[in-house]
Write a protein that binds this ligand. Structure first.
Ligand code: HSE
Length: 424
């Protein structure tokens, strides 16, 4: 078999795992690796240092390289590097969810024009095989719903908060100390990372391009230990859910925290583990779960893509159609205000007669049916205030927002502490 030559850009955690895993395959050779610094100590035995360069463009311009593996993440300089590699007729393997979500359309069009493929199994769910299974094994399906946990950092934080009754800030600080959360955790805790991933996954599943700009996003920074405790009392856990639904030819795609019934599979995905629940016709409902990040799980997906391309290279002029990504249509988005959900509302109210009636009256006026109510004396205070948790029946987001605005104006409502959607 003719040797396949690979050039790697980025030798961090994932890059190291890829180099080590590729050693098991004698027909694939790493011929060049771009790194940030030549002097860094690396956890790879017998690494041939002559392969290293600090000039990433020399990898994409290297005539020996058949496949460029991009593992640096972020838009710049990855975007320019991959474009150049494609123009040089290299096939691409990438784990870069941000780049795909923001510039996938341009990159896939350029790849088509140059008759090369871009593969990205590692970009969604790390080690969980999801992209090629959706494109190939599930291609007979009309997929109408995905509910997923696609960010390990936030799932770790929420799991710890739930299990230890700890605050968001304390758990985040501990996660940062242990290296589970970045020094600047914004990308994870504000839901950007999960939004990039669901943009790509929904595009594949719905066969229509889902624009990242149309994805509603909320992170987990407002979730308190109190929310966790109330959710538990009511039989729920709180998870950061990436949701994608296709209904009446419109795509409702969003990332936000949700109360999930403790009996639901996604409620039992703990720590850094990721999971994707997918519903399609004719398959029904399936769940895939596993490690969403890490050296070897992510290398598993990256090397799988390298092998898939290698098995087609030099065999035919045109690579397998399933490896391609041709989306002619953009998905028509659903705005968050037009979605229907159940809601958890935590209120701090005056402890006086008639307050529950006021809450019920405002909700009723805005077509919101209440499913359950829980009242506690506030532990923050005196007997002047009480906490009320409302769980609504399914209702329109615009109506809930209008009701919240009206409740905030009422003197008996001291604070609307949180509003969290509830998974059906
Ligand atoms: N930052 C991601 C997470 C891993 O916390 O899941 C890489 O996608």
């Amino acid at each position: 078999m003719k040797k396949i030559n690979v050039g790697i850009i980025g030798l961090g955690t994932v890059g190291s795992g890829v180099v080590k895993t590729l050693r098991n395959l004698d027909y694939i050779e790493v011929v060049q690796i771009a790194v940030k610094s030549l002097n860094k100590k690396r956890n790879i035995e017998n690494l041939d240092e002559s392969l290293l360069t600090t000039d990433s463009f020399s990898v994409v311009n290297n005539p020996k390289v058949d496949i460029v593996v991009e593992l640096i993440g972020g838009v710049n300089p990855a975007f320019e590097l991959i474009k150049k590699a494609i123009e040089n007729h290299k096939h691409i393997v990438t784990a870069n969810k941000e780049l795909l979500a923001k510039h996938g359309e341009e990159l896939f069009k350029l790849a088509e024009k140059n008759n090369v493929v871009i593969m990205y199994e590692a970009a969604v769910g790390g080690g969980i095989p999801i992209i090629m299974p959706v494109k190939m094994a599930l291609s007979a399906n009309r997929i109408d719903k995905i509910a997923a946990i696609l960010n390990g950092t936030t799932n770790y934080i929420l799991t710890k908060m739930e299990q230890e009754g700890a605050s968001y800030g304390d758990v985040l600080a501990e996660a940062q100390r242990l290296g589970y959360a970045e020094t600047d955790p914004t990308g994870d805790v504000e839901g950007f990372d999960a939004a990039y991933k669901i943009a790509t996954l929904a595009t594949i599943a719905f066969k229509k391009r889902v624009n990242i700009k149309n994805i509603y996003r909320e992170g987990i920074t407002n979730i308190s230990a109190k929310d966790m405790a109330y959710a538990k009392q009511l039989g729920y856990k709180i998870k950061l859910i990436a949701l994608a639904k296709m209904k009446n030819n419109k795509a409702d795609v969003r990332v936000h925290p949700m109360l999930v019934k403790t009996s639901h599979t996604l409620a039992n995905i703990n720590g850094v583990t990721n999971a994707v629940m997918l519903q399609g016709e004719p398959v029904g409902q399936i769940v895939l779960s596993g490690p969403g990040a890490g050296e070897f799980p992510t290398a598993s997906s990256v090397v799988g893509d390298i092998i898939a391309i290698s098995s087609e290279l030099h065999k035919s002029e045109v690579m397998l159609p399933m490896m391609r990504c041709k989306h002619e249509q953009n998905a028509v988005p659903v705005e968050i205000k037009d979605t229907k959900n159940k809601y958890y509302i935590l209120l701090n109210v005056s402890n006086e007669p008639g307050v529950i009636g006021i809450i019920g009256g405002v909700c009723g006026k805005h077509n919101i049916n209440l499913a359950s109510l829980l009242q506690k004396d506030s532990d923050e205070a005196d007997d002047m205030s009480a906490e009320v948790v409302v769980i609504t029946a399914k209702c329109l987001e615009a109506d809930v927002q209008a009701a919240i605005t009206e409740l905030k104006l009422n003197n008996c409502i001291k604070e609307v502490k949180n509003l969290i959607r509830v998974m059906e």
